[in-house]
Design a protein around this ligand. Structure first.
Ligand code: F3S
Length: 101
């Protein structure tokens, strides 16, 4: 089962997750990233890399995030692969504090 990106990525887009990913499974728009479930190899390396705990293994994810499984699968078909660390959103650090990290 793949990993997925959930709510906390919105407005942050730190992209540290991409740096830890050994495959090209991350796709993104200007606000956030998504994981391609067909490319993710379930290594879990992205989970500790995210400063706002936005990524979960679908096997152990909280129920309130399950809607993100379908959203990730759909959005990656419409967005380009993000292949390296990028500049976070301007308000990312403020959003991180607001989220309690
Ligand atoms: Fe988003 Fe966290 Fe990656 S904020 S871009 S899932 S490091």
């Amino acid at each position: 089962m793949p990993h997925i990106v959930t709510d906390n990525c919105d407005g942050c887009r730190f992209t540290d997750c991409v740096s830890n990913c050994p495959v090209a499974c991350f796709h993104g728009n200007d606000e956030r990233l998504f994981i391609d479930p067909d490319v993710c190899i379930d290594c879990g390396a992205c989970i500790p890399a995210c400063p706002v705990k936005a990524i979960y293994d679908v096997v152990v994810m909280p129920k309130e995030f399950t809607r993100w499984i379908a959203i990730n699968a759909e959005m990656v078909t419409q967005l380009p692969v993000i292949s390296g660390k990028q500049v976070p959103k301007p308000a990312a650090e403020a959003q991180k504090l607001r989220l309690g990290f």
